[in-house]
Write a protein that binds this ligand. Structure first.
Ligand code: URA
Length: 428
C-alpha cells in the first residue's frame, strides 16, 4: 500500500479492509509512516468515521502493536476498570481497594492527566515514595499477595496508542468515537483482565458532550470487549460538574482516604458502591449496596488501600500527611455572590482552572504541584446564602483576579433546585 492512497480512501468516505488497517498500524509503529500522514489519516476519520468492523480491526491491530499481559497466574476472575476521563475523577482510588476488600483481585494500569482531565497516576504520586513502575512479574506478585495493584502502563503495551494518543492530543483528533473506543479497548484487552467495567463520562468536562454520543461510545466499546471474550459493562456517568469535592492531586487522595474511612457524602458513597456492585458482579460476586458500603465503614476497604500503598513503597509515615490541609503559599476562598441554589459548576472550567493553579500539565514536560487544586464546599443542587463558602483555590503561584474570575464563570446560582444524577445509564 501507499499511505497517501489510504488517506484519500478515507477522505472520500471509503472503508478500510483488515489488511489495510494492519498495514497502517504496523508501519506507523515502525516509523515508516510519518506523523504528518498519520495526522491526516486521523483527521479523515474524524470527518468520515469508521464502521464497526473497521473499529474492531483497528483495536486488534493496536493490541498486536505491543505486548499482552498474561494474568492467569493470579487466581480468580480479574476485573479491570477504565474511565474515559474527567475532573475530580478519583474513582479508581476508592473502587480498587473496595472491590479488593471482597477478595476480588484488581490488577489495574492507569494513566496520567491529559489536558483538563486528571490522571490516577499523578494522584498516586502525590503520596510520598509511591512507586507506579513495576515489572510485570512484580505487578502480578503484588496482586497475588496484597489483592490489588495500580501501576503505570508499561512502554511495550499497545505501542500504537502511545504514539497515536500523543499525536491526536495536538492535532484536534481526540474526541472521535472510533479512535477513543480503539484506544481504550486496545489497552484493556492487552492488560489481560477477564472482565472490564467502563466508566463513560458525559457532559461539559468529558470528551462526550451528549448522552447520545456517550451511548454510541459505550455500545461500541462493550461490543468490542465481548467480541474478544471479555465480559464488558459500561456505565454512563455525569461529568457536567466535577466528581466529588476535590479537584487536584493530594486533595483527591485526601477525599479518597476519607471516603475509604466512611466519611464521604451519602451520594458519593452510593455512587462508588454502585460501581463496585457492577465490578463485583462481573467477577461473579453478588453483593448488596449496604454490604458494599459496610466495607467503607468497617475499615476493610481502607486496609486494602494501605496494603497497596505499602506494597508500592509509599511512605507508611505519610498517612497523616494524606489528610492534612494542603500546604500552599496562596489560598483564595470563593463566596456566593447571592443566595440561591447552585445550578452549575462547569467541570471544564473548574478542571482548566485547577490545571492553571498547578494541578495539571499544559505541556508534556510540565511538573505537577501536588498541593495545588480546588476544593469545593458546595455542589449542584445545594442551597447557599450570600457570602457562603463555595470553594477554596490552592496554589503555589499567585492566584490572580483573572483566575478567580475564571472560577466564578464556571458557577451559576439560580432560584430552582436542580438535581443531577451521577449514573445516567448502564450499557451491557
Ligand atoms: N482515554 C483513552 O484512554 N483514550 C482516549 O482516546 C480517550 C480517553
Amino acid at each position: 500500500y501507499r499511505m497517501v492512497d489510504l488517506i484519500q480512501k478515507k477522505r472520500d468516505g471509503g472503508a478500510f479492509s483488515k489488511a489495510e488497517i494492519e498495514w497502517i498500524i504496523e508501519n506507523y509503529v515502525t516509523g515508516f509512516v510519518p506523523d504528518y500522514q498519520m495526522s491526516a489519516w486521523a483527521m479523515a476519520i474524524y470527518f468520515k468515521g469508521m464502521t464497526t468492523e473497521e473499529t474492531a480491526y483497528l483495536t486488534m491491530a493496536m493490541v498486536a502493536s505491543g505486548k499482552q499481559i498474561d494474568l492467569s497466574a493470579i487466581p480468580g476472575i480479574k476485573v479491570d476498570k477504565h474511565s474515559t476521563g474527567g475532573v475530580g475523577d478519583k474513582v479508581t482510588l476508592i473502587l480498587a481497594p473496595l472491590v479488593a476488600s471482597f477478595g476480588v483481585p484488581v490488577a489495574k494500569m492507569s494513566g496520567r492527566g491529559l489536558g483538563h482531565t486528571g490522571g490516577t497516576l499523578d494522584k498516586l504520586e502525590s503520596i510520598p515514595g509511591f512507586n507506579i513502575e513495576k515489572s510485570e512479574d512484580a505487578f502480578i506478585e503484588q496482586v497475588k499477595t496484597a489483592g490489588l495493584a495500580v501501576i503505570g502502563q508499561s512502554d511495550d503495551l499497545v505501542k500504537a496508542d502511545k504514539l497515536l494518543y500523543a499525536l491526536r492530543d495536538v492535532t484536534a483528533t481526540v474526541d472521535i468515537i472510533p479512535l477513543i473506543a480503539s484506544s481504550v479497548m486496545s489497552k484493556k484487552i492487552a492488560a489481560g483482565s477477564n472482565a472490564i467495567l467502563l466508566d463513560v463520562t458525559v457532559g461539559d468536562g468529558a470528551f462526550m458532550k451528549s448522552v447520545e454520543d456517550a451511548r454510541i461510545l459505550a455500545r461500541t466499546m462493550v461490543d468490542l470487549g465481548k467480541s474478544v471474550g471479555r465480559e464488558t459493562v459500561a456505565v454512563i456517568t455525569n461529568m457536567s460538574q466535577p466528581l466529588g469535592m476535590a479537584i487536584g492531586n493530594r486533595n483527591e487522595i485526601t477525599e479518597a482516604v476519607n471516603t475509604l474511612n466512611g466519611k464521604g457524602s451519602k451520594e458519593f458513597r452510593t455512587f462508588i458502591a454502585e460501581l463496585a456492585q457492577l465490578m463485583l458482579s462481573l467477577a461473579g460476586e453478588s453483593k448488596s449496596i449496604e454490604e458494599i458500603i459496610s466495607h467503607l465503614d468497617d475499615g476493610s476497604a481502607y486496609a486494602k488501600f494501605v496494603a497497596m500503598v505499602k506494597a508500592q513503597e509509599g511512605d507508611p509515615t505519610a498517612f497523616d500527611h494524606l489528610t492534612a490541609e494542603l500546604n500552599v503559599k496562596y489560598k483564595v476562598e470563593i463566596h456566593a455572590e447571592k443566595a440561591g441554589y447552585i445550578a452549575a459548576e462547569k467541570a471544564l472550567g473548574v478542571g482548566v482552572l485547577a490545571m492553571k493553579l498547578g494541578a495539571g500539565r499544559a505541556t508534556k514536560t510540565d511538573t505537577i504541584d501536588f498541593e495545588a487544586g480546588v476544593t469545593l464546599a458546595k455542589k449542584v443542587g445545594d442551597f447557599v446564602e450570600k457570602g457562603d463558602l463555595i470553594a477554596t483555590l490552592y496554589s503555589n503561584k499567585p492566584i490572580t483576579a483573572e483566575l478567580i474570575a475564571e472560577f466564578n464563570a464556571a458557577i451559576e446560582i439560580s432560584n430552582d433546585k436542580i438535581h443531577q444524577k451521577e449514573i445516567i445509564e448502564i450499557v451491557r
